[in-house]
Design a binder for this molecule. Structure first.
Ligand SMILES: Cc1cc2nc3c(=O)[nH]c(=O)nc-3n(C[C@H](O)[C@H](O)[C@H](O)COP(=O)(O)OP(=O)(O)OC[C@H]3O[C@@H](n4cnc5c(N)ncnc54)[C@H](O)[C@@H]3O)c2cc1C
Length: 379
């Protein structure tokens, strides 16, 4: 058992760290935006890191998408800018269904452009009345003479307004399908979602009598849940990677502050309760990083059968990030509360991580169900 990252992951981590140093001066501005920051987007494009999001056959770095590489990159990015992290993550989350279920034509049309960041991707699952309960969606595909007719609306969709297409999860003939909808198709419109405490490029998307060819479906009719789960299998654990990066950045801020601020004749870091908080933060971050790298390594081998491990990693790391950043604010006293400071930004950004890509409560339900099923108890 080797607990060190292999050289190929170290090289990817270094490339991500180079990029974060480059965009650092723009990070605060970009993280305050709910539209795409062009400087950050350009730097991401030039880094070539989005090639990690598609298979080599379509211009990607590796033969198949590597969840550990994505985790390591998100960890580095989130420590500097949630905007950068989100732009990177969405290139994978918003294209993976094309990779696993798209036709050759769909893959050739979109995946090389995703890798080179010529287009931005988006995955549209959530609706006004369907969040955690994905099966409650009402957006619907109907078979008509000219092809497929799509009606409905999606809300809180990352990159809406900036993406060139949407991967849409919808009802079809008593089941669920996914369909690829170019953003410029007649009947597709977007509007901004409400501003969040941690700004994010988000929008609502409306599909009003959108007509698409039969070939727009991703995979077969009825493959919708399979495609959504495949995306989670690879990308849920990457949220854990981002959460580890956020927690580490918060602790770095607290270490700087508590080592230099003197109260009662000593640096804060030498005062018992503060030292305890520092130790607890570091210990929990190490725990989160280990479970995340382990789950990501398992996901490299078999993403769907390791989804439970990814859920555990996402649950643990996002809850730890929230606890760590809260303690760090506490240790920094009034400086922890200054609006526009890095720690304040991290404090706000930690919060959505416990809600998107599986809320903590919903993840716990799935993990407990798996535990009982593995224990073969008769319930
Ligand atoms: C920044 C951000 C980006 C997003 N990007 C996208 C995107 O790109 N594409 C997309 O499709 N969606 C996106 N979403 C939406 C996100 O996926 C949903 O917010 C998430 O699935 C939770 O759904 P909800 O907000 O409707 O909460 P609800 O489902 O209404 O849940 C509210 C609360 O009830 C709890 N709860 C719900 N069901 C249960 C249960 N069975 N048992 C116990 N507790 C339960 C939840 O844990 C939560 O605490 C994004 C959201 C955010 C905040």
């Amino acid at each position: 058992m080797n607990f060190e990252l292999e050289p190929k992951y170290k090289a990817i981590q270094n490339a991500a760290l180079d990029l974060t140093r480059q965009i650092e001066p723009m990070a605060a501005e970009a993280d305050g935006l709910s539209v795409v920051h062009q400087g950050v987007l350009e730097a991401l494009r030039e880094s070539g890191l989005c090639r990690l999001m598609v298979p080599a056959k379509y211009g990607g770095t590796f033969e198949s998408i590597d969840p550990l590489a994505i985790c390591v990159v998100r960890e580095a990015m989130m420590a500097t800018s949630s905007h950068l992290d989100s732009l990177f993550a969405l290139q994978g989350i918003g294209s993976y269904a094309i990779t696993v279920a798209g036709s050759d034509e769909q893959r050739n049309a979109w995946l090389p452009r995703i890798a080179e960041v010529e287009v931005l991707g988006a995955l549209a699952l959530t609706e006004e009345m369907a969040g955690s309960d994905l099966k409650a969606v009402s957006t619907e595909i109907q078979k008509i003479e000219q092809g497929l007719l799509l009606n409905g609306s999606k809300s809180y969709i990352s990159n809406a307004g900036a993406s060139s297409y949407f991967i849409v999860f919808a009802r079809e003939a008593g089941g669920y399908s996914t369909i690829l909808v170019p953003a410029k198709t007649d009947g597709v419109s977007t509007k901004s979602s409400p501003e969040l405490i941690a700004p994010h490029v988000l929008g609502d998307v409306c599909f009003d009598n959108v007509i698409l060819p039969d070939s727009a479906r991703l995979g077969r009719q009825g493959d919708g849940l399979k495609n959504a789960l495949a995306t989670l299998g690879v990308f849920r654990v990457s949220v854990a990677g981002a959460a580890v990066g956020l927690a580490q950045a918060a602790l770095d801020e607290a270490v700087k502050h508590t080592s230099t601020r003197i109260q009662f004749g000593r640096p804060l870091a030498r005062l018992g309760p503060v030292a305890q908080m520092l130790a607890d933060c570091w210990t929990e971050i190490e725990m989160a990083r280990l479970i995340t790298y382990r789950a990501a390594t398992m996901a490299c081998e078999d993403p769907s059968s390791s989804l439970n491990q990814s859920s555990m990693a996402k649950l643990a790391a996002s809850e730890i990030a929230s606890r760590v950043v809260d303690r760090c604010v506490q240790m920094m006293g009034r400086w922890g509360l200054e609006s526009q400071s890095k720690i304040e930004r991290l404090y706000r950004q930690a919060r959505p991580m416990r809600i998107y890509e599986g809320s903590s409560e919903v993840l716990r339900l799935g993990i407990a169900k798996q535990l009982i099923s593995e224990s073969q108890q008769p319930i």
